[in-house]
Design a protein around this ligand. Structure first.
Ligand code: GLC
Length: 694
C-alpha cells in the first residue's frame, strides 16, 4: 500500500453531507463512509446506525426507507436472554446487509449510571455482567452476517449533558470493575471489528485521544486487534492517532480534517511517525478481513422478509415486557371483558421509540412526527398500534380509544368501561438527558384520575428510562413495555390477554425518588452556555463550558449503590412478576478457585412460563454483585437444575498497582434471588486467594 492509500482508510465523511455530484455512485446513504482501495480489493466501509435496527434519522437519510425496529435496548436487556439478543442482532445485521451496509454501528453498552440518561433506552442496563454478556451476543448476531459491528461508546459516556466537553473523573479500579468490565466482556465474547471511542473526556483527556483507554487498556491489557473509530465529531487532534485512534468518522463534524490534511502535514513534518499510520491501517484491515467483508462482499441490495423479521422483534418484546404489579391477579384479563377503554399514549397511532442516531423508521413509517428540545430527530409513533392489537387480541370485546385531552370525558368513559388501560409515555433521546423521573405532561394526574374512576385500571408504560409512579398503589396492574418496537403493540396485547406470560426482569433499578441516586443534581445541568472560546476549543457541538463529572458510586452502579446505602428503590434490579409461580430449592454452593452453585427451579403454578433466577455474591465489606443467572422456561410442575459459575473478575477487586484482578481469600455470601433485594436461597462459601492477569 502507498502512504496515500493507507491514509485513505483513516478518515471519511457522512455521505449525506457530501454534495450529490461528489458521492460515490450506488452507495447507500447512512451514517458514515470510508473509501476502499479497488487496486487492492479492499472494500469501502458503508456504515449505518445502530443497535435497534437500520436507523434512518427519522427518515432524513433515505427518504421513505423503513426497517424492522427492535424494541429498545432496555427491553432486550429485560429478557436476560443472550440467545434472543443474538437473534435480534442477526436480524438487524441481515437488514443492514440487504440495504447495502457492511458496518453496523451497534453494540451500545454504556452502563446506566444515571436513570435520567438520554440514551438509557439504547443501552443494556446498569450491571456490567448482564450488559457485557448481552452486548457480546448482539455483536455476534450482527457479525454472523459477515458484516462488522462496533462496540460503543468507549468509555464512560454515561450522560448526554455536556457529552462533547465534560470530563469524567474517577478512579481507575472502579472504572475497571464497572464500565470497562462491560466493554471487556463484550469484546471478549463478541469480537467486534471496531470500538467506537466516545465524545467525552476521561481524566481531562478526550476519550478519542486517550492513550490509557485506547492503547493501555484496549490493546495492551485486552489484546484488542481490530480498530478504533471515533464518534462523529469526537476528534480533536492529529495526535489522537499516536494515542490509539485509527479512524476519523464523520470528518466534516470535526474542527479540522485531522486524519487527512492535518495528518499529511504532520507526517511530512515528522510530528507523527508513519508507524502509527501502519498500526491504524493494520487494525482496519484486520477487522475488514476477519469479519468477512472481503470474502463475503456486500454487493448491491437484496430483498428483506419484513414479516419474518417482525416476528423476531415481537419475540423480543414478548420476553422484554416486565410485569411490575398485578393486584388480585387482574391480569391476564381472563374472561374477555365486554368493554375496554384505551387511554392516551397515542395508542391509536403506534408505539413510541427513542430519539437520536439509533432511531429506526419502522415498517409502516413513523406517524405524527414531532420535535423535541435537544433531540436532533424528534419523535413519532410506529409499529402496530396498541388499539389495533387489543382489538385483535380481544375480538369479542368492545374496545374504544380516548386521547385524554378532555379529562372529564376521559374519566366518564373510564367509569363505564370494564377495564381501563392507560398508556404512560415518556420520550427520551440522544443529545439530551431527561430532567426528572416523572412521566410529565399531566400523565400522573391522568392515571390517578382514571384509577379513581375505575379500580380495574392497568397502566402500560412506554418509557426509555425508569420513572416514578405516585399512582402505583391506586392502579390494579402495571407493565413496563419500554419502547416496544415494530410489533410491540401486539406483544402488550398478548400479555394483557394471557396469550403470553410476561417474563421480563428489570435490567435497571427504578428509584423511589431523586434522593436515592448518586448525583441528585445531574452534573452539568446547572451550567450556562459555552463561550466562543469553548466552541473554538472544543467544537461547535458543545452546549456548556467545560465541567467535571464525578461518580460517587464508583463501581457500585445501580443496585450495588442501593445495597451499600440500604436504600429501598421503587422496583429493584432483577424484579419481574409472572402469571405463574416459581420455587427454588436444593442449593449446593462450592467455593475454592471460584463460586459454583447449582439449584432447582420448579414451576409451581398452573401456567407455563419463564423465570430468571439470579445469583449474587457479597464479598466482605462490598455490595452484592450479580455473578450469573439462567432464563428458564418451565411447564406447570416442571423442575430444572440450574448451574452458575462465577467469572472470577466478579469475585475480585482491580489492583492498579498489580495491574490485575486480586481475589482475596475468605468467606463469600451466595444468594439465589428473584431480584437484587429478594434472596430466596442463601449459602456461604470460602474462596481462595488469586491474582488474575487482565
Ligand atoms: C452519534 C452517536 C453514535 C453514532 C454516530 C453516527 O452522534 O453518538 O452512537 O453511531 O454518531 O451516527
Amino acid at each position: 500500500m502507498t502512504a496515500d492509500e493507507k491514509v485513505t482508510l483513516l478518515h471519511g465523511p457522512m455521505l449525506g453531507m457530501v454534495p450529490q455530484a461528489k458521492r460515490p455512485p450506488g452507495v447507500t446513504i447512512g451514517a458514515g463512509y470510508i473509501p476502499g482501495i479497488a487496486r487492492l480489493g479492499i472494500p469501502a466501509l458503508v456504515e449505518s446506525d445502530a443497535s435497534l435496527g437500520v436507523a434512518n434519522l427519522g427518515g432524513v437519510l433515505r427518504k421513505g426507507d423503513v426497517a424492522t425496529a427492535l424494541p429498545s435496548g432496555l427491553a432486550l436487556a429485560a429478557t436476560w436472554n443472550p440467545d434472543l439478543v443474538y437473534a435480534g442482532g442477526k436480524m438487524i445485521g441481515s437488514e443492514a446487509r440487504a440495504k447495502g451496509f457492511n458496518v453496523l454501528l451497534a453494540g451500545g453498552v454504556n452502563l446506566v449510571r444515571d436513570p435520567r440518561g438520554g440514551r438509557t433506552f439504547e443501552y443494556l442496563g446498569e450491571d456490567p455482567l448482564l450488559a457485557g454478556r448481552l452486548v457480546a451476543a448482539q455483536i455476534g448476531g450482527v457479525q454472523s452476517n459477515h458484516i462488522m459491528s462496533t462496540i460503543k461508546h468507549f468509555a464512560l459516556n454515561d450522560q448526554e449533558t455536556g457529552r462533547n466537553i465534560a470530563s469524567v473523573n474517577f478512579d481507575e479500579a472502579s472504572a475497571r470493575e464497572s464500565d470497562l468490565l462491560a466493554f471487556e466482556l463484550g469484546i471478549e465474547g463478541g469480537h467486534p471489528g471496531a470500538v467506537m471511542c466516545s465524545y467525552n473526556r476521561v481524566g481531562d483527556t478526550y476519550a478519542c485521544e486517550n492513550r490509557f483507554l485506547l492503547t493501555d487498556v484496549l490493546r495492551r491489557d485486552w489484546g484488542f486487534s481490530g480498530f478504533v473509530m471515533s464518534d462523529w465529531g469526537a476528534v480533536h487532534s492529529v495526535g489522537a492517532l499516536t494515542a490509539g485512534l485509527d479512524q476519523e468518522s464523520g470528518e466534516a463534524l470535526d474542527t479540522k480534517r485531522f486524519f487527512s490534511t492535518e495528518l499529511s502535514s504532520a507526517l511530512l513534518a515528522g510530528e507523527v511517525p508513519m508507524a502509527a499510520v501502519d498500526r491504524a491501517t493494520l487494525g482496519i484491515l484486520t477487522a475488514i478481513y476477519s469479519q468477512g467483508l472481503v470474502d463475503h462482499p456486500v454487493i448491491g441490495k437484496s430483498a428483506i422478509d419484513y414479516a419474518a423479521d417482525g416476528a423476531v422483534a415481537l419475540r423480543a418484546e414478548q420476553q422484554g415486557i416486565v410485569l411490575l404489579r398485578n393486584q388480585d391477579g387482574i391480569l391476564p384479563l381472563k374472561a374477555h371483558p365486554r368493554t375496554i377503554l384505551l387511554v392516551g399514549g397515542h395508542g391509536d397511532l403506534g408505539v413510541l421509540s427513542g430519539g437520536g442516531s439509533s432511531q429506526v423508521s419502522p415498517v409502516g413509517g413513523l406517524r405524527r412526527r414531532a420535535t423535541a428540545t435537544g433531540s436532533f430527530t424528534g419523535y413519532g409513533y410506529g409499529g402496530t398500534p396498541p388499539l389495533e392489537a387489543l382489538r385483535t387480541a380481544f375480538p369479542d370485546s368492545v374496545i374504544t380509544y380516548i386521547d385524554s385531552t378532555d379529562l372529564p370525558a376521559t374519566i366518564a368513559a373510564a367509569a363505564k368501561a370494564d377495564i381501563a388501560v392507560v398508556i404512560g409515555e415518556k420520550f427520551s433521546s440522544e443529545g439530551v438527558d431527561v430532567r426528572d423521573l416523572s412521566l410529565g405532561g399531566g400523565q400522573d394526574d391522568l392515571i390517578a384520575a382514571v384509577a379513581g374512576a375505575n379500580p380495574n385500571t392497568v397502566v402500560v408504560l412506554e418509557t426509555g428510562n425508569p420513572v416514578v409512579m405516585p399512582w402505583r398503589d391506586k392502579v390494579a396492574a402495571i407493565l413496563e413495555a419500554w419502547y416496544p418496537g415494530q410489533s410491540g403493540g401486539t406483544a402488550v396485547a398478548q400479555v394483557l390477554s394471557g396469550a403470553v406470560n410476561p417474563s421480563g426482569h428489570l435490567p435497571v433499578t427504578f428509584p423511589a425518588d431523586f434522593g436515592q441516586i448518586p448525583n441528585p443534581v445531574l452534573p452539568g445541568s446547572t451550567m450556562g452556555p459555552p463561550s466562543k472560546q469553548d466552541k473554538a476549543l472544543y467544537g461547535s457541538a458543545v452546549t456548556s463550558p467545560t465541567f467535571d463529572i464525578g461518580y460517587p458510586e464508583g463501581s457500585d452502579v445501580g443496585y450495588r449503590w442501593y445495597d451499600a446505602r440500604h436504600a429501598v428503590p421503587l422496583y429493584p434490579f432483577g424484579f419481574g412478576l409472572s402469571y405463574t409461580h416459581f420455587a427454588y430449592a436444593g442449593l449446593q454452593a462450592h467455593g475454592g478457585a471460584t463460586v459454583r452453585v447449582t439449584f432447582r427451579v420448579t414451576n409451581t403454578g398452573t401456567a407455563a412460563g419463564a423465570d430468571v433466577p439470579q445469583v449474587y455474591v457479597t464479598l466482605p465489606g462490598k455490595a452484592r454483585r450479580l455473578i450469573g443467572w439462567s432464563r428458564t422456561d418451565l411447564a406447570p410442575g416442571q423442575t430444572r437444575t440450574v448451574t452458575v459459575v462465577a467469572d472470577r473478575r466478579l469475585l475480585a477487586r482491580y489492583s492498579v498497582q498489580n495491574r490485575g484482578w486480586l481475589v482475596a481469600a475468605g468467606p463469600v455470601k451466595v444468594e439465589v434471588s428473584r431480584a437484587a433485594t429478594d434472596p430466596v436461597l442463601t449459602a456461604s462459601v470460602r474462596i481462595a486467594a488469586a491474582q488474575l492477569q487482565p
